[in-house]
Design a protein around this ligand. Structure first.
Ligand code: FPP
Length: 243
């Protein structure tokens, strides 16, 4: 933690939690065991994010494309999600965390929605940190939905086509309700964005680590933040040191 400066913290951190399956396979266990260990890592990292004072933490828990995994694995993930939402009620409420979900939550099984909806409403006025769970989430799908909504507004005559600009799209993209992500971390060794926070990621700093998600510790989070703090964010402009 000494590595991190108190000022210049990323406001919004997104994490692609990859490597659960390999973590399990390395131990000769079923992939589901990796997801279970991944849930424990979620609990740890949410606590650390809150302690650090992040404004928002977005976790990629289940992508739109993950529905194509074997039914047994999907069921196991849904079970773990429900278990997380039920068991973390006190932790979330006690720490002033606002829980939101991004993605097509209508596709989630009823037991998951039954656990998600009351926690979303109970925590909606909490102000310490927003925890956004990306569930049945796809960045392209989110952009397409926003574009469709704006097109409908234009057809209805409420806006003109030239009002469909970056600001109008951003305002309709649920994952950006907490602002653009400043830092996106991907565990598990791959270096790609996999349909996560696509619109908001335009100027996000990216941090990749080989650590498999179940092994991701608070020190790994601190290291990613320290790396973020060493970078100069230019947003397409020239650097301050450039003559
Ligand atoms: C990617 O690893 C991970 C997922 C598809 C699911 C992430 C889910 C969790 C961390 C647990 C449940 C979430 C919450 C919020 C309680 P992978 O299976 O693709 O790993 P691999 O690349 O090693 O196969």
């Amino acid at each position: 933690m000494q590595l991190i400066e108190g000022r210049n913290l990323p406001r919004h951190v997104g994490i692609i939690m990859d490597g659960n399956g390999r973590w399990a396979e390395l131990r000769g266990e079923r992939r589901e065991a990796g997801h279970k260990a991944g849930s424990a890592a979620v609990r740890r990292i949410v606590r650390v994010g809150r302690r650090l004072g992040l404004d928002a933490l977005t976790l990629y828990a289940f992508s739109e494309q993950n529905w194509a995994r074997p039914p047994g694995e999907v069921d196991a993930l849904m079970g773990l999600l429900r278990e997380y939402l039920v068991s973390e009620w006190d932790e979330i409420m006690g720490n002033g965390i606002r829980l939101v979900a991004i993605g097509d939550v209508s596709r989630l099984p009823e037991p998951v929605r039954d656990a998600l909806d009351p926690l979303r409403s109970a925590s909606s006025h909490n102000g310490a940190m927003t925890l956004a769970l990306a569930l049945s989430y796809g960045g392209r799908e989110e952009i397409a939905t926003a574009a469709r909504e704006l097109a409908a507004e234009a057809v209805a005559g409420r806006i003109t086509p030239d009002q469909i600009d970056v600001a109008a799209l951003s305002a309709r993209i649920p994952s950006l309700s907490v602002g653009d992500p400043d830092l996106i971390i991907r565990t598990g060794g791959e270096q790609r964005i996999s349909n996560f926070l696509l619109f908001g990621a335009a100027y996000a700093e990216l941090a990749f680590t080989d650590r498999l998600w179940p092994d991701f510790t608070e020190d790994d989070l601190f290291a990613a933040i320290a790396s973020y703090q060493r970078r100069e964010r230019r947003f397409g402009r020239v650097g301050v040191k450039t003559p």
